[in-house]
Design a protein around this ligand. Structure first.
Ligand SMILES: NC(=O)C1=CN([C@@H]2O[C@H](COP(=O)(O)OP(=O)(O)OC[C@H]3O[C@@H](n4cnc5c(N)ncnc54)[C@H](O)[C@@H]3O)[C@@H](O)[C@H]2O)C=CC1
Ligand SMILES: CC(C)CC(=O)C(=O)O
Ligand SMILES: [Mg+2]
Length: 358
């Protein structure tokens, strides 16, 4: 029986449309037999502001709710940087994450052996690197109230609020332990409990949740040390669980350990297993429209979508194996190419992945 899946594509801005088009090509190449996809498209970010005056039109949210999964590119860019905050493209992304309750953001920091030389770190440090960052995605300072810029004492004051409830912390910690159970059973909770009350609650809650997972080890680390340890000795980590802001920053560090931010995929999941999949990078205005973007982070995000939302781990394995083959054959986009190595365009890279699908 044919298994028709509904995928909503949200290309967004900058390099978003370029990398999403290439991930679509890979998904299309997998179609046939018992696997078929019905693609639809929606607007989010700056392109949605231009067309509808809002970064997240209701129609996009409705389509997302009706889809089996959403594959997004990236939002934002200098064209929209001057807008009032509620109109900024990035707000559209935050709103769709909140509206779909996508609280668990998985960012696998996986270094393909073939790219160990492309890492900022020594190859022997990153070879075999496999960390899972579990980032809380719908709370914390990106959402806390009060927020805004107010007049106070004759000057402007910018306000944001870091705020976490026990239940928000508990559910993301549970997710982290569940993933740890199918890995090396080690969870490092990253916070700033020496300064922040929200982090003290985070630490207490992580300790309480850990009692339900006696088969896993829990450790704690302050975020400043964690940033340093990720660069100094990333192999010490298995699962990292942390807040929205800290996870955002630490995962960009993690991305560079894998060779390039163009390599790091992500999945954002709710309790129902519904998910939004996107590369960790942004809209990269500096290279947009030039065919220079590395599409592998988005292609690997599509693989995560196959595994987590579409129940097709077999197809996800095929995509990931194809990416590995392409890298083993020495094929590189500019961000991961070494000196003197030939550089593929965005479209040439995805064509190579399609050709390497077995
Ligand atoms: N999830 C999202 O939609 C995100 C959106 N943004 C937005 O994107 C815009 C640009 O932000 P930046 O801070 O410059 O971060 P960025 O991730 O877009 O770019 C940082 C650097 O990495 C490079 N890069 C990013 N993706 C690449 C890829 N696939 N292949 C090769 N090189 C790549 C860029 O060329 C740039 O030099 C901003 O408007 C920002 O708010 C930033 C991060 C995430
Ligand atoms: C709008 C930002 C929060 C996006 C971002 O940087 C991210 O999710 O990594
Ligand atoms: Mg980020």
């Amino acid at each position: 029986m044919s298994d028709q899946k509904k995928i909503l594509l949200l290309p967004g801005d900058g390099i978003g449309p370029e990398v999403v088009a290439e991930a679509r090509r890979v998904l299309e190449a997998l179609q046939g037999g018992d696997f078929n996809i019905e693609f639809s498209e929606g607007l989010i970010g700056g392109c949605a502001v231009d067309a509808h005056g809002t970064p997240l039109p209701d129609a996009t949210l409705e389509k997302a709710r009706a889809a089996d999964a959403v594959l997004m590119g990236a939002v934002g860019g200098p064209k929209w940087d001057t807008l009032d905050r509620p109109l900024r493209p990035e707000r559209g992304l935050l709103r769709i994450r909140a509206a779909l309750d996508l609280y668990a953001n998985l960012r696998p920091v996986l270094c393909f052996d073939e790219l160990a030389e492309a890492s900022t770190l020594k190859p022997e440090i990153v070879r075999g690197l496999d960390i899972l960052i579990v980032r809380e995605l719908t709370g914390g300072i990106y959402f806390g109230e009060p927020r805004g810029v107010v007049e106070e004492g004759g000057q402007r004051v910018g306000i944001n609020t870091e705020r976490y409830s026990e239940s928000e912390i508990e559910r993301i910690c549970r997710s982290a332990f569940e993933y740890a159970r199918v890995r090396d059973r080690r969870v490092c909770s990253v916070d700033k409990a020496n300064v922040l009350e929200s982090s003290q609650l985070w630490r207490d809650t992580a300790e309480r949740v850990a009692r339900d997972y006696p088969d896993c080890a829990l450790s704690h680390m302050y975020v400043d040390n964690a940033a340093m340890q990720l660069v100094r000795g990333p192999g010490q980590f298995d699962v990292l669980v942390t807040s929205n802001l800290f996870g955002d920053i630490l995962s960009d560090i993690g991305a560079q350990l894998t060779g390039s931010i163009g390599m790091l995929p992500s999945a954002s999941l709710n309790r129902q297993g519904q998910g939004l999949y996107e590369p960790v990078h942004g809209s990269a205005p500096d290279i947009a429209g030039q065919g220079k973007a590395n599409p592998l982070a988005t292609i690997l995000s599509a693989a995560m979508m196959l595994r987590y939302s579409l129940g097709r781990g077999d197809l996800a394995d095929r995509v990931e194996a194809a990416v590995k083959r392409v890298l083993a054959n020495g094929l590189r986009t500019g961000d991961i190419a070494g000196p003197g190595e030939a550089v593929l365009s965005t479209a040439q890279m995805s064509a190579a992945v399609v050709a390497a699908l077995h």
